[in-house]
Design a protein around this ligand. Structure first.
Ligand code: SER
Ligand code: ZN
Length: 623
């Protein structure tokens, strides 16, 4: 029985590791009733942590330790301490090697964490803390190492032997066994380690990168699924091109592989060079899969591929920073899907999902910040808040800095931190430095949970020809905090005249009028913006494209909602106006029904729908 109490871990207690692992050499001997893992770690004292040689405490769970050598000397039981979760040894020098051999049982591992078997194949899932179930290690993302992996298994049942990086050697072994060695030249944390051994077929293709390097692409599946991989392969090539064009990010290894696995806890996992997917996120055939299923595969393939830069080349310092890689990568895959399909429909889908699920999380007992301050179990934090709200937060930075400014910031972030394990603060700092911007107040989005409310009211002064919008923001209490400080809320907006055309916008104090759509930043609890030269009372289109993850309220009448649905240049707000109008009409019908009256459908909803349906210039997917 485990008697230890679950321990709360705090962000404020973060300390850099005492030791670093420069090289990790692994050899796996896979058998039907057990597996052996030999690990040679080339280690050194972390110079950041000062002088002296503290004990080396390695993580390890459910491992049977068969041998341990420190600096080539075998250790006896008296030379180390072993518990359920740690192996502790005492280094004698600043640099040393540590060799261990452990026995593990992938064949009975039903937690699907660490090394396990699924439908006769061996595979791994190490994020967040699964690697400690494979071997003794410093299983934390800020320990980045170069990995070499040799896999040895019976040839007939496991003809395919894969790991991260590039294949460097392979050959036959004894007793019908064979082996393959993989080398990953890029430093990575252990959570990105992967191994696959099985009887798999693959679809092959290749991609020529922006600097004319040829990359082999392979998607491995069980033989019966070989005809369902083409869409994932096409999606992969589109993702690789898009990341070059949109973010200037080139793929780095000679080979990129995806493996489909039937038993998998998450959608997919971005292991370096060897993504492992739940089969449902890879397989699709035009004849049998829906459009939505195709788009899901495309989005997940892209998401995992994009992690190669946002997550792998630049990784997280600790698990509190999970949104650093996940929020940013969700933002990146949303941008990709928007470019591949209808941008408006993609935005509508993302916002509908956020409002339905993440807003509910934010309003409930599990509400937590995008970057939590504490956790007991990191596996519980792969949440809608970390992923989807995290993506909205990155999206707001994009909105505030503009596409070019954002790209400058992301270039600086990748250049500055390539090969490092960093924090959300480092991401923000790169965005600030590249743009000369101050995002200090904006950072509250990372630390305050809850969905802000934004109530908007208007005032038109016909004599002065001014139109004022007053914004009041508030945020309900959440378990972490009762009192919230004001957020920076970017509000994209436009003002429509009586014909539905956008009015060129000029705020008091500005010399000239600008575009008909602009972004204003609401930074105070209550703030008024006054537009000048407004000849008639306009109709505001607020929070265009859902420019911030807030609950907006404005007292629109049904006529106004109909008008927005018919005329707003912003597709998202047209849809949103349509939703609000339809809900009001439905509520009215329900009232009529309850009062025993005949049902009378509001003609305005029909007219608005007719306008949209008959306008062939509009994005047809949005229509
Ligand atoms: N890191 C994985 C992903 O988000 C976990 O699901 O892709
Ligand atoms: Zn991810």
């Amino acid at each position: 029985m485990r008697t230890e109490q679950p321990k709360m871990i705090y962000l404020k207690d973060y300390q850099a590791p005492d030791y670093l692992i420069d090289e990790t050499h692994l050899t796996f001997e896979l058998f039907e009733d057990h597996s052996l893992v030999h690990a040679q770690l080339v280690m050194r004292r972390n110079p950041e942590r000062g002088a002296g040689l503290p004990p080396l405490v390695l993580d390890g769970q459910q491992l049977e330790l068969l041998s341990v050598n420190l600096a080539d000397q075998p250790l006896t039981d008296a030379d180390y301490q072993l518990t359920d979760s740690h192996l502790t040894v005492q280094p004698k020098s600043e640099t040393f090697t540590l060799d261990t051999t452990v026995k593990i049982h992938p064949e009975t591992n039903t937690a699907l964490e660490g090394l396990y078997k699924s439908s006769g194949m061996f595979c791994t899932q190490c994020e967040a803390e699964g690697f400690r179930k494979i071997t003794y290690y410093l299983d934390r993302p800020d320990v980045m190492s170069v990995f070499t992996t040799t896999v040895i298994a019976e040839q007939h049942s496991y003809p395919v032997l894969l790991s991260n990086g590039n294949p460097i050697a392979s050959g036959p072994g004894e007793d019908g066994r064979h082996w393959a060695t993989w080398e990953d030249p890029f430093k990575k944390p252990a959570y990105l380690f992967a191994l696959v051994a099985g009887d798999l077929w693959c679809v092959e293709d290749s991609f020529t990168t922006m600097t004319n390097r040829e990359v082999a692409l392979r998607i491995y599946v069980e033989p019966e699924n070989i005809d369902k991989c083409q869409h994932a392969m096409t999606s992969l090539k589109k993702s690789m091109r898009w990341d070059e064009e949109t973010y200037g990010r080139e793929y780095d290894l000679d080979i990129f592989m995806i493996v489909a696995v039937n038993d998998f806890n998450m959608g997919a996992m971005e292991n370096k060079g060897l993504n492992i997917f739940n089969s449902s996120a890879v397989l699709a055939r035009a004849e049998t899969a829906t459009d939505a299923a195709h788009q899901r595969v495309e989005a997940i393939v892209a998401h995992e591929y994009f992690h190669n830069w946002s997550g792998n080349r630049v990784t997280c310092r600790d698990w509190f920073q999970l949104s650093l890689k996940e929020g940013f990568t969700v933002f990146r895959d949303s941008g990709f899907s928007a470019d591949m399909n209808s941008a408006t429909v993609k935005r509508i889908q993302d916002v509908a999902y956020l409002r339905t699920h993440q807003f509910a999380e934010d309003a409930g007992p599990m509400a937590h910040a995008v970057r939590p301050d504490s956790f007991i179990e990191i596996s519980n934090f792969y949440t809608l808040t970390v992923y989807e709200k995290g993506s909205e937060v990155v999206g707001m930075i994009h909105t505030l800095l503009g596409a070019e400014g954002f790209r400058k910031g992301s270039d600086l972030y990748f250049d500055r931190h390539d090969g490092q394990a960093v924090t959300c603060d480092d991401f923000i700092k790169a965005m600030e430095d590249a743009n000369g911007a101050d995002l200090s107040q904006f950072k509250r989005w990372y630390s305050q949970a809850g969905t802000p409310r934004l109530a908007v009211s208007e005032a038109y002064d016909a004599a002065a020809k001014t139109y004022s919008l007053t914004f009041r923001q508030s945020c309900p209490p959440t378990p972490d905090k009762v009192e919230k400080l004001p957020f920076v809320i970017p509000v994209a907006l436009g003002l429509l005249d009586g014909q539905g055309a956008g009015i060129a916008l000029r705020l008091t104090g500005e010399a000239t009028a600008g575009d008909t759509s602009r972004v204003i930043s609401v930074t105070e609890a209550e703030q008024t913006f006054t537009f000048v030269d407004i000849a008639e009372k306009p109709l505001p289109s607020l929070l265009r494209g859902f420019s911030a993850p807030v609950k907006l309220s404005f007292p629109y009448s049904r006529d106004q909602l109909m008008f927005l649905m018919q005329h707003d240049s912003d597709g998202f707000n047209r849809w949103d106006a349509g939703q609000q109008l339809a809900v009001q009409v439905l509520q009215e019908l329900i009232g009529q029904h309850q009062a025993g009256q005949p049902l009378k459908l509001d003609q305005r909803l029909i007219d608005a729908l007719r306008t949209v349906l008959s306008d062939e210039r509009l994005d047809q997917a949005m229509v």
